[in-house]
Design a protein around this ligand. Structure first.
Ligand SMILES: Cc1ncc(COP(=O)(O)O)c(C=O)c1O
Length: 383
């Protein structure tokens, strides 16, 4: 049976070039970067070069602004809790955070925990009908103790690209009228193929993933603009400029930087290819007489994700059927979809009934038109 992977928003395979870059650091260059001897210094060079590469790609100002973590979940925790703890424990102020109701659980659950422990107040912005966050509403939510706005860059389930530059600009304007600044964090886990220039974006904190851009799992980063006050979550040694204790995962960090470098060099080509695949897919939908409807609005979305509504079939039935045909897709964010629940993001925008019949298709570098043809041949027999 054919095996077709259309779940690239959940994770990607590791590219050959990335694997090749990582290999020496598993055996020949296995040292601990904190060791003073040759083995350690060789490993440290690997980490330093990776950090330099990424600093240049993000146009960050300082090397210490790049903090390697174990996952984007950890990066989101560090950004949000790190700042909340600084205000709550350091300044003895209970902070207020503005986010949206359609963030990934690694943001929403962090906010919920902070609320449950009475450490922070949280405001949740609702998306508009078109799945964009109406960022003007931030203005009406601002309080004296607001310290952070955290809005994702690319939506994990719909692919919508949020107006990050405009949000940053608005916050900068608001900050001109305030003594204590409001910082802006974006979860860019799904935004690896978008503009990642932190100066152009105007973000203070940005989470990025490795395993969504053909790098290894087990590593991610948090960009922390100089001066943003974070309290570390892991106590221990002085790794990552005292923001994240624990011996660096050298091979993974090297692989992550290689994956970012490849994307940086090939971004236009990758996005053009993904758009071609997506447009081909959308053309095919037209022959299904209303049995397949777009939840994603392509004009404002990343080319790698298409979320679809199937009025005549539940997502569970479709998932099982497609799996039996060797086609891997998902009903939503991987960690939630195992819970067999409809997507809360699709639900928030289109209602619960529609979300029960919706699926996310996501494309990658190896997706072909033949695979899309096969998918639609299968769907024709089922819808
Ligand atoms: C937007 C977003 N943020 C965070 C995450 C969490 O990523 P990880 O499980 O790699 O920590 C994901 C994963 O799908 C995501 O899509």
């Amino acid at each position: 049976m054919k095996k077709i992977y259309l779940d690239f928003a959940a994770t990607t395979f590791v590219r050959d070039e990335v694997l090749e870059a990582m290999m020496p650091y598993f055996q020949e260059k296995f040292g601990n970067p904190s060791s003073l001897h040759f083995f350690g210094q060789e490993a440290l060079r690997g980490v330093d070069e990776a950090r330099e590469k990424i600093k240049n790609i993000l146009r960050a100002e300082f090397l210490r602004e790049i903090v390697f973590t174990s996952s984007t979940t950890e990066s989101n925790n560090l950004a949000i809790k790190g700042l909340a703890f600084y205000y709550y424990f350091g300044k003895k102020i209970k902070p207020h955070i503005i986010t949206s109701s359609i963030e990934h659980p690694s943001v929403l659950e962090v906010c919920a925990d902070l609320e449950d422990f009475d450490i922070a107040e949280i405001s949740y912005l609702k998306p508009e009908k078109n799945s964009l966050i109406n960022f003007e509403k931030i203005k009406t939510e601002i309080r004296e103790n607001t310290c952070l706005v955290t809005i994702h860059y690319v939506n994990s389930e719909l692919g919508t690209i949020q107006p990050i530059k405009q949000i940053a600009k608005l916050i900068q304007e608001i900050n001109q009228q305030r003594k204590d600044p409001i910082y802006f964090h974006t979860d860019g886990a799904q935004a690896g193929f978008e503009n990642l220039n932190v100066q152009e974006l105007g973000v203070d904190l940005m989470t990025l993933s490795s395993h969504k851009i053909y790098g290894p799992k087990g590593v991610a980063l948090l960009y922390v603009r100089k001066g943003v006050p974070l309290i570390r979550l892991f106590s221990g040694s002085e790794h990552e400029h005292e923001l994240r204790a624990g011996t660096e995962a050298v091979p993974l960090i090297v692989g992550f930087a290689k994956a970012m470098e490849l994307v940086e060099n090939e971004k236009e080509k990758i996005n053009a290819y993904l758009s071609e695949i997506r447009n081909y897919f959308i053309e095919k939908i037209k022959y299904f007489d209303g049995k397949i409807i777009l939840n994603t609005i392509p004009e404002i979305s990343s080319a790698k994700i298409l979320n679809l509504y199937f009025p005549t079939r539940s997502s569970q039935d479709l998932l099982i059927y497609l799996d039996s045909k060797g086609i891997a897709v998902s009903a939503g964010t991987a960690c939630k979809s195992r819970a067999n629940e409809p997507s809360y993001i699709v639900s928030d925008i289109y209602g619960k009934e529609r979300s029960k019949n919706s699926l996310r298709f996501s494309f990658g570098l190896t997706t072909t038109k033949e695979e899309i043809d096969y998918l639609f041949d299968c769907l024709k027999n089922f819808l």
